[in-house]
Design a protein around this ligand. Sequence first.
Ligand SMILES: Nc1ncnc2c1ncn2[C@@H]1O[C@H](COP(=O)(O)OP(=O)(O)OP(=O)(O)O)[C@@H](O)[C@H]1O
Length: 719
Amino acid sequence: MQDNLNETASDQACDPVFQQEQDHLSDTYAKLEAIAKNLSEKMERRRWQAAKDKDDMQGEVKHNFASDGEAQETYVDYAVLNNLIRDYNLEQDADSERLAAAAKLLEQPYFAKISLEMRAGAPAKDIYIGLAGVADENYRRMVVDWRSPVAEVYYNQENGATSYEANGRTIKVNLLNRRQFDIEGKTLRAYFDSDVAIEDSLLLQSLSAQRSEHMKAITATIQKEQNLIIRHEDVPALLVAGIAGSGKTSVLLQRIAYLFYRNRGSLDPRQVFLISPNPVFAKYIENVLPDLGERNPETITYRDLCARLLPAGRNPQDKESPLELLWKIDRAVEGLRFELADLRDIKFYGVRLVSAGAIMQLMQKYPNVPAGPHLVTLVREELFNRLDARLKQMAATEAVQDELLCLSLDEQVRLFNAPYDPQTEQEGRDCALAYLQERFAGAVLAIERDEWLRIDRIGMRLLGVENLPVSAWLYLNMAVTGLGNPDARYVMIDEVQDYTPDQLAVMARFFRRAHFMLLGDPHQAIRPETASYEQIREVFECLRGSIEDCQLLTSYRSTPEITALFAGLLPESERMQISAVQRADQPPALIACPTEEDYEQNLRRVIREASDYDGLTAVVVPWKSQLKRLQKLLGDDTPQIIGQDRRLPSSGVLALALPLAKGLEFDHVIIPDAGASLFPANDHVAQNRLYTTISRATRTITILSNGPLTPLLDFANQD
Ligand SMILES: Nc1ncnc2c1ncn2[C@@H]1O[C@H](COP(=O)(O)OP(=O)(O)OP(=O)(O)O)[C@@H](O)[C@H]1O
């Protein structure tokens, strides 16, 4: 590998390759500036021209509806005007996308170059790869997007004969050189030519940079095993098992960016869901996709999802349902027939708008349609009509007309844009209908949400279970009514090991047409009831047909010393496969304090010292309740406590519980008490908690205990 990282400015001046690349960069940068300037001017001109054309044409439209023919002519004029505006908008949108790409590239025009021999003996073709693609005025590619097919060769990290896939074809090429750049704006700082796959100077350089309060994109340094996942073909479910810090979240976000690129124009961010473990995590990752020039997908927690689907007042957090119960629902629903007691009146403000009996009669109109989503859809449509008819009937009554007269003047103006003063009977009825439609808007929602079905009663009848747990209730609702999101095309679940099997089954069924990507680490399961990888496979094989597996075994987050410490908690066969790429740093500090006094002194000391460190230090306890103990012990010296809705600061010392620290990383981690009472030996879940906590650290880890350290760490003390 050739590396000019340590070259001084004068060395660089003598390096002809450096000079050539700097010249190429300067040239590219100047072209990018010109492209951005031209686009801005073109857009400004178009804006002006569009406004003028619109004014001119609006002046010419006659607004004449006197006869059918004249009305027809007016409509045609409007259509022409609308088309003109649409064409302007389309052109403006396309240019605004190009301008955004050019602006992005002005920050860093590219980060790599591959020199390819496309055919044996043909001259090498240099391809520069950047965050976006851009062509010059002759339509020659100056920079190709990192997601374009040919860029795959860069990520394959293999010099010599290699290939990439484009339009379903495998294209064989010879990679002569793979060059990485450290560039800022128009300045080339360094370049690295790598001919050995595993050496990646840019990666080392990027990893040695201090972490920040927000996650960063890893576009320039995506590794081969990560790239396989990012560019994976669409499958019903892809299950990724990656050790702590192996880039699962990074890969997930890069994949979303890749999907938006590959499906440009057809994939809307609202069709992609990211199920995030908690709001702090969602804030931690929220900048990555916008920095890549893409919009964020719908990011929600499982709890939020349930809250949206459950009836008001029902707590989304609840005991879990055994998978068997869910599978039983599928079987039971097959023979279901609705009974009157399964239905409830649609009733608001004491007014029965549609009775359960009337709903039953509607159902009887379809004797051959079995109970289930199809029948529910038919009845739902009928109910909308019924409600409409009922409101119209009510609007004609004197009682409602009287109510209108009693409305305050403000209310009348808000509802009818003028004081209520109908000139005809029909006008009076129209006003009354508008009033009733607003008053009973909840009824429309209740019909939409199929609240006229008593899911609990149906569950009781079919399954003999009273008060169905949340997931069983949702699952039954989906089976009976077809509740779900059929428009979602991709669903990404991060920290998949933290969900129970029934929660996963609810998501697999709710997003019934989506491709799932499930990322997790079985060793980071910190609650006993969550799904094992075998159970995850069972759920997705059962509900989505099949599941494919991928692994990530390199730690990018932590130093080799920290990686060895958390890997030491794993069985030997797994430990042997794990590697770290960071540069070596300080060994972990393990401090077992013989007395209470000694413990308090040491804890105060390490927290005090941490406040002078560069970067962010987290004091991580296993549960929220431990934070109270910490406060009791340290009083005013307790670090700032981070709760659910907080953003992470960029530096300082903070304290938080492990469930919230999951998925995040900190420069320094302090485990205030790693004694046997919190981390008992032979306790698999406690071992996972320790593994997860240690692996949050990027640079240093300090572990204290009041008394002896947990026997789980005996291996570390022996070294
Ligand atoms: N290819 C890469 N190039 C540069 N940095 C990387 C790369 N892969 C991962 N990283 C960095 O490693 C750290 C860990 O990545 P990430 O949080 O995505 O891992 P993870 O597997 O989701 O972690 P965990 O499961 O432990 O929460 C991040 O700082 C990320 O930027």
